[in-house]
Design a protein around this ligand. Structure first.
Ligand code: EPZ
Length: 438
């Protein structure tokens, strides 16, 4: 398994181009199952999760080809309605095929995703919503079986805003008879992007970006040509990198309007953020001022930026209280940061970060996607060498991360540890080139 090796202490300066948003591309690709035809996608990010959903769509019967800057997905002939365990366990967002398959074919069989490192992540709200639309839901042998001769519009109230739950139910409702109203719906930009795509397909979805989304069922839908919105979490990650290293990074292809909570918090730390010329220019300043953050559903501070922001608070000049209100186990990265010298005390869903820590490089292990990004950021400012294992987590959600950071001046490389031999372990670049061992 590859590792990422970072020599900390470099100031990052230059330009970086943001890729398409993983969490927008996944539901938009699933939406292609709603009707037969050729869907054209651009700005699809080159990520492991995209590879996983491509595999799943092909298993179901879609034909996928690459176009100069994206994908062509032809869903004319579907031959299966099952998302098998071996695919779903790799990527829980596979549950997003439930809604479209139920809407188009009246049946779907998807492996229950199970929990993940950051929490139990049940899908009860998805399933309750499908039942409200008239589907029969059965759980057996670790699979969800959903069936409905036809779906009928209804009112669905989410206990808490659920991003993929809102997306799944929007997709199920677009072909239902009558009107569906989703209350306490998620307002994330990725939900709005899906609603825009569904409307481009001939659906009638209104209220996206608010907590009440109304879907008027229609009789048929058409394929669409769509462009994936920029990844706001990738953008936020590079913004924090500039703040951390005291550098100046110009972020291209970003949409600052999706990051108002993150920008507001960064400015409170003393970081300069300029969004005037269409790009996002971030300049790190010293001292970094400690601020408190509390993760909330959009437009609040995103949980997917909590780990990255924590690294900045580790080197800030005071105390920072970080409260995680979305997932019950999203402080795993704290253990690794503590091994690098961070002063963090966790109590329940609160982490008290005492700043002015001098982080030192260490061998650390990634546990989930955003925790991996946090360890890369910590390695950038730590003294000495940081070696991060299990970077497959990173590859799920960050396109060409080490290339992008290297282009900004980071001393970062991906290596593939050689199998242990008689003369002891060694490493070689992941690219397979052998470099002189230092
Ligand atoms: C989406 O996950 C994102 N993933 C996550 O990003 C993100 O962290 C999360 O939204 C919150 O913003 C994708 O969009 C593919 P939720 P999702 O349903 O939809 C509970 C990343 O790093 N809940 O909004 O699975 C749930 O346990 C990933 O890119 C139920 O109880 O999250 C959580 O506490 C990580 N029952 C809360 O709701 C349900 O049926 C919000 O979860 C559904 C959710």
């Amino acid at each position: 398994m590859d590792e990422i090796v970072i020599q900390g202490g470099q100031r990052l300066d230059g330009e970086v181009r943001i890729s398409g948003a993983k969490n927008a591309a996944l539901p938009m690709l699933a939406a292609s199952l709603l009707t037969g035809g050729r869907f054209c996608y651009t700005n699809i990010p080159d990520l492991k999760d995209i590879e996983s959903i491509r595999q799943l769509l092909c298993t179901i019967g879609a034909q996928i080809t690459e176009s100069p800057d994206g994908l062509i997905v032809d869903t004319t002939g579907l031959n299966d309605v099952e998302a098998p365990y071996e695919l779903v366990r790799k990527m829980r967002a596979s549950v997003l095929v439930l809604g479209p398959l139920l809407a188009r074919l009246g049946r779907a069989r998807v492996s229950l995703p199970g929990g993940c490192a950051i929490g139990a992540r049940p899908i009860n709200m998805h399933l309750e919503g499908f039942s409200r639309l008239g589907a029969r839901i059965t759980l057996e042998h670790g699979y969800v079986q959903a069936e409905a001769e036809s779906l009928t519009g209804n009112e669905i109230f989410f206990d808490v805003p659920t991003v993929t739950g809102t997306e799944n139910l929007m997709m199920a409702a677009v072909l239902a008879k009558g009107t569906t109203v989703l209350r306490n719906a998620a307002k994330e930009p990725e939900v709005t992007a899906l609603a825009d795509m569904l409307n481009a397909m001939g659906a009638r979805v209104s209220g996206a970006a608010t907590s009440t989304i109304t879907i008027e069922g229609v009789d048929r839908l058409y394929p669409a040509t769509v462009r994936v919105i920029p990844d706001r979490i990738e953008t936020g990650t590079y913004m924090v990198a500039a703040a951390l290293t005291g550098g100046c990074i110009r972020i291209l292809n970003a949409d600052a309007s999706h990051l108002k909570a993150v920008i507001a918090k960064l400015r409170k730390t003393g970081t300069e953020v300029d969004t005037s010329d269409g790009a996002v220019m971030v300049t790190g300043r010293r001292p970094v001022t400690s601020v408190d953050i509390k993760t909330l559903p959009y437009p609040g501070f995103p949980t997917d930026m909590q780990a990255q922001f924590m690294v900045l608070m580790c080197i800030a000049n005071g105390l920072s209280m970080i409260s995680e209100t979305i997932f019950e186990n999203r402080f795993i990265h704290v253990l690794e940061l503590q091994r690098m010298g961070a002063d963090i005390q966790v109590s329940g869903n609160h982490a008290m970060v005492r700043g002015a820590a001098r982080l030192s490089g260490a061998q650390v292990m990634a546990s989930d996607l955003r925790a991996s990004a946090c360890l890369v950021l910590a390695g950038l400012v730590a003294e000495g060498t940081t070696r991060i294992s299990r970077v497959y987590h990173l590859d799920r959600g960050y396109a060409a991360l080490e290339d992008k950071f290297r282009s900004l001046g980071a001393d970062i490389k991906r290596v593939r540890p050689k199998p242990k031999t008689a003369d002891g372990p060694g490493t070689e670049p992941a690219s397979g080139r052998t470099e002189p061992r230092n």
